[in-house]
Design a binder for this molecule. Structure first.
Ligand SMILES: [Zn+2]
Length: 250
């Protein structure tokens, strides 16, 4: 455990979270992520640096644009905070290592994909496919084994079957996200799938209780739940997988 390293990584990661917001807002619209500067989505006023400080600016402005007063979603500071905490957590968990760098990259992509999926109900190829390739190459180079490629293909195949069997629940975006998850997690991707599906049961039951049969057609974006399961697997996958084998195979 390297808490000092995590504390050091938190602040630049928080700033990286701001950039994740830019990616999540612009990539689905096929706009450049570097130009122009961040502006209010409603009135178009460019943000001064002091109104673009992660989390703090949102808190000081009470979640409103300084110029037009339009309400700014809680998703923005949430993305910044999640990015900061997850990246810091990767360095606490894995120390100053290549493994920590890959894990941190994986987490940043998961936050971006979740934010886009919540907002637009899509998982963009232009984020998830390059990320899956980078992670697969990095993992295979750091710890040479066919397990990364096999886990990527296995997880994607698993969700492909699920998507074909139940098209309302899952999409091809989730299948491509599974490629990334397998490449990053290796054999603990099974833990991520289980945890993600269990987490998705809770809001599904809530919708069913509230809307009855109509809930079937509503569907929920599955990406954020797969991301949540991935985080569980990343930080606790080994012990959980071990416990599972211990309980069921003895
Ligand atoms: Zn505005």
């Amino acid at each position: 455990m390297d808490v000092a390293l995590g504390a050091l990584a938190f602040w630049p990661a928080l700033a990286l979270g701001s950039f994740v917001n830019v990616i999540a807002a612009r990539v689905p619209l096929r706009r450049s992520v570097v130009h122009p500067r961040s502006a209010c989505m409603s009135c178009g006023t460019e943000l001064a640096w002091y109104d673009n400080v992660p989390v703090a600016s949102y808190a000081i402005l009470g979640g409103r644009c300084r110029s037009c007063g339009v309400h700014i979603g809680l998703i923005y500071p949430a993305v910044e905070l999640a990015t900061g905490l997850l990246v810091a957590g990767c360095f606490v968990r894995f120390g100053l290592s290549g493994q920590a760098a890959v894990a941190a990259f994986f987490c940043v992509v998961l936050v971006a994909v979740s934010a886009v999926d919540l907002e637009h109900r899509i998982i963009p190829n232009r984020i998830v496919l390059p990320a899956a390739s980078i992670v697969l190459v990095a993992q295979t180079a750091l710890r040479p084994s066919p397990v990364w490629a096999l886990a990527a293909l296995g997880a994607a195949l698993f969700l492909l079957v699920a998507a074909l069997a139940y098209p309302a629940g899952m999409g091809m975006g989730d299948v491509k996200l599974a490629l990334l998850m397998g490449a990053a997690l290796g054999r603990t991707v099974s833990v991520a799938m289980m945890a993600g599906m269990l987490a998705a049961v809770v809001p599904s039951l809530y919708l069913l209780a509230r809307h009855g049969g109509a809930a079937r057609k509503m569907g929920i974006p599955f990406g954020p739940f797969l991301a949540l399961g991935s985080v569980v697997a990343l930080f606790a996958g080994g012990p959980l997988l071990h416990a599972y084998w211990h309980v069921f195979m003895h």
